[in-house]
Design a protein around this ligand. Structure first.
Ligand code: HEM
Length: 784
């Protein structure tokens, strides 16, 4: 119930409660002071949206903004759930004017016959998916590849124009025009009228997502009206030549096959909206990325030295500082978001840039970490059935631009300046980006070949974990037991390393041997300076550990990947039992340290054949005292698993790492315990290569994306998903690491990975897309 105005005034509530109830706030006055102050047109939001709503992410993740008349949602899980359900949360308001214009501006728009209508991004079902499916082909990685030479040529020519000047506004001199030209080519539009289109598309942004002042509204309306008419004229020109290349011509051809799906109204509206979708988003995203990277000179240096880092750097920039800061949905039913009741008819501003900084999903979320393994989970492209169709074109352009800059202008720096943004809720990028450099130092003055450069292949699609490595220096290499080498790895420049949690591992690349091996981190997560691992020189190893023992010395440089964590400790467990066999102590010791810190009751069983071969015994005894139980078989003290696990206990979790035989014995000893009591870590795969003669093809239905795809007998599920533009991360592609896990909603899975527990397999709700398939060629339904 809304308090009386007098009561509200006594509490200093700044809200007009009458206006609030008109906006359907269901619970009286849910508006805190900070929510009342929220103003997405203010400089605070414009400069840094995720920082501006940090308070909300932390304290009030779903709040009502009386200034905007919208519910604002700021956490990752809530926003992803909204994207997932495009029926309860309709996209129909995505292109609606966020600030309604006055009668004069509306009259101007009417005079131009302005009728921007449903396109794709704001179309409801059941109309949307058939149209999206009909128009998707030109966006698949296979079809996008032929745009790459154009992007490269344009990037080179534009840099040629200013490379000798020592100073440039990258937005004005390159980043605005190149993505516009690429967008026009992609759409199939002739290149003329570029300046007009530029002016018009800014007006369209302000008209849709901005707050033009009454006196500006009329000028904006004229520009938008002109844009609309120009779009109509260009479309007519295209209809004269429907066989030409271009997405619009593809749409014109599809219209002949399915006129009820690809309508006239759609084509005209898309002609206008498509330019903005493809152009401004990418121009802004590149400007944001270059600015962010130059603000982190050590990161800039790293990508200059190692361009293979660029694909993931692009992804991390899109996460950290993307060009779409927020998107919109309309609640069509009474529902809850993050536990807050929302009435049908409520409008939602979903602040995707805030989701991208949610600590609950991205560890150390404010850090720019170009090796972050889940960077591509960001929501800058939206998610689900409306997810950006052009994402892989944008990623490709951004990679080419960064490659060009890092190769030809590695000495570029940000010039002193303050950044301005076109005030609006959604589209975000600096209006100018001044950079400077000393032309005498241009690498191509010494070596003309730099201009052409070596081309590292652009990755069309979501970046792969394989490419993301990080240099480290071996600070110490000391024996920790017979045959066990303890390595302390630090950043070469002594800076902090990414945060990690117990159970995490890193992959160590073994020089030029082509081998890389996974080792659990065994140090203290609070020590941000170093990663510690312990490597057993195992005669049965596949060569990686032998390489480490033979080659690694203090002072050496190594390349590593990660950290990644597929062996997470459940911090909510009431009691923890840790069982380690031999070198399996490494992840377990980091977990036991955490249990001790949290004050959770725990015991640590450490088994080995002989004491001299068991690493870290002294340190473990000093830290864990009587919580540590040593079982040294040569000394006759074997661990009796049957006795240890005789009586199941609710709330207890057992974490184990060690030889396969020990893990199998543990699994047998835990059968009468509640499901998922036992969590284990494997480091070796039994997976062979895919043999098409033994496999069956099957179908997958993707619930969130509204697609059904065939998976051929000679193809993994992961490969089929990627070919259809669905982002799935992957790393080992051997069923070991868990990166490529997808959620299964229906259908029997033939599990072939080493990640899931028995009951997780039986539950059939998750599968590893790199290796697991459908049983007997049956259909699977996935939450993708
Ligand atoms: C949709 C962002 C580049 C074409 C979207 C959506 C977002 C977005 C947030 C709405 C997603 C949703 O509702 O779930 C971006 C960003 C880009 C970019 C940040 C650049 C960095 C492009 C490019 C094209 C494009 C280059 C075309 C060549 C589209 C289309 C849709 C869309 C057609 C509508 C999809 C649908 O509703 O089914 N984009 N976009 N975008 N984008 Fe992009």
């Amino acid at each position: 119930v809304a308090p009386s105005p007098a009561a509200a005034a006594r509490r200093g509530c700044p809200i007009d409660h009458a206006a609030l109830s008109a906006h359907k706030a269901p619970t009286g006055c849910p508006v805190s002071h900070r929510a009342a102050d929220f103003d997405p047109f203010s400089d605070g939001y414009q400069q840094n949206p995720p920082d501006y709503v940090r308070w909300s992410r932390e304290q009030e993740p779903v709040f009502y903004s009386p200034q905007l008349g919208y519910w604002v949602v700021t956490r990752f899980d809530d926003i992803k759930a909204i994207f997932r359900d495009n029926i309860s949360f309709s996209p129909s308001i995505a292109l609606e004017k966020i600030t309604p214009t006055g009668p004069e501006a509306n009259a101007v728009l009417a005079q131009y016959g302005f009728a921007l209508n449903r396109t794709l991004v704001n179309e409801d079902e059941p109309a949307h998916m058939p149209r999206r499916r009909a128009l998707m082909d030109p966006f698949t990685p296979e079809h996008l590849a032929h745009h790459e030479p154009l992007v490269r040529r344009l990037a080179r020519e534009y840099v040629d124009r200013f490379i000798d000047d020592g100073r440039a506004d990258l937005v004005d001199q390159m980043l605005w025009e190149v993505p516009l030209t690429v967008a026009l080519h992609f759409l199939g539009v002739p290149e003329e009228d570029m300046d007009k289109l530029r002016e018009y598309s800014i007006a369209h942004t302000v008209n849709t997502w901005g707050r033009p002042k009454p006196e500006e509204q009329v000028a904006v309306a004229h520009a938008v009206g002109n844009f609309w008419q120009l779009a109509g004229k260009v479309l007519e020109k295209m209809r004269q030549n429907p066989e030409a290349d271009g997405w619009m011509q593809y749409g014109i051809r599809k219209q002949k096959e399915m006129p009820e799906v690809v309508t006239d109204s759609y084509l005209h509206s898309m002609m206008m909206a498509g330019i903005v979708a493809a152009h401004e988003t990418t121009a802004n995203a590149t400007a944001n990325a270059v600015k962010l990277l130059l603000q982190h000179p050590h990161v800039w240096r790293e990508i200059c030295e190692d361009p293979s880092l660029i694909p993931n750097a692009v992804e991390e920039c899109l996460r950290h500082n993307g060009s779409v800061a927020a998107w919109r949905r309309l609640a069509t039913v009474d529902c809850e978001v993050g536990g807050v009741p929302i009435l049908a008819g409520s409008k939602l501003l979903i602040v995707t840039s805030s989701a991208n900084h949610d600590e609950g999903h991205f560890a150390d979320a404010d850090l720019l970490d170009i090796r972050r393994d889940n960077a591509s989970d960001h929501l800058t492209f939206g998610y689900g059935s409306h997810q950006c169709m052009g994402k892989n074109l944008a990623r490709m352009e951004m990679q080419v631009f960064l490659e060009e800059f890092t190769r030809r202008l590695p000495h570029m720096k940000l010039a002193p300046q303050s950044f301005s943004y076109v005030p609006n809720t959604s589209f975000r990028g600096p209006e100018h980006l001044w950079v400077e450099w000393d032309p005498a130092q241009n690498p191509e003055r010494r070596d003309a070949a730099v201009r052409e450069g070596e081309r590292s292949p652009v990755r069309i699609g979501e970046p792969s974990g394989h490419a993301i490595s990080r240099p480290v220096r071996v600070e110490a290499a000391t024996p920790a037991a017979d045959g066990v080498l303890h390595l302390r790895l630090v950043a070469p420049d002594g800076t902090s390393l990414p945060r990690w949690a117990p159970g995490s591992h890193i992959d160590v690349e073994c020089g030029d041997s082509g081998l890389s091996r996974q080792y659990s981190l065994c140090g203290d997560p609070a020590d941000a300076r170093a990663f510690e691992i312990a490597v057993l020189d195992d005669p049965d190893s596949r060569g990686g550990s032998a390489w480490v023992h033979a080659n690694v010395k203090p002072g050496d440089r190594l390349r590593i990947r990660g950290p990644r964590n597929h062996f997470r400790l459940d911090e909510g467990a009431q009691r923890l039992v840790f069982v380690a066999g031999g070198i399996g102590i490494t992840p377990v010791m980091a977990m036991a340290r955490r249990a001790r810190e949290m004050g959770t009751p725990y015991e640590l069983h450490y088994c080995g054949r002989k004491r001299e071969g068991m690493a870290f015994i002294d340190a473990l005894q000093a830290l864990h005292g009587e919580h540590l139980k040593l079982h040294v078989s040569e000394e006759g003290s074997r661990l009796d698993l049957q006795t240890l696990l005789a009586t199941p206990q609710e709330g207890t979790q057992v974490y184990a790492c060690g030889p396969l035989r020990m893990l199998q014995a543990l699994e047998a000893a835990c059968v009468h315990w509640p499901e998922d009591t036992l969590r284990v870590e494997h480091f070796e795969s039994t997976l062979g290569t895919l043999d098409p003669s033994k496999e069956q093809a099957f179908e997958v239905e993707l619930k969130d994306s509204g697609l059904t795809l065939p998976v051929r007998a000679d193809q993994t599920l992961l490969a089929a998903l990627r070919a259809a533009n669905i982002d799935v991360q992957s790393d080992c592609e051997e069923g070991l690491c868990g990166s490529c896990e997808v959620r299964v909603l229906q259908g029997p899975v033939d599990h072939r990975d080493m990640v899931l527990t028995r009951s997780e397999r039986e539950a059939g709700q998750r599968m590893m897309s790199c290796c697991s398939r459908a049983c007997g060629g049956q259909k699977l339904v996935l939450a993708l």
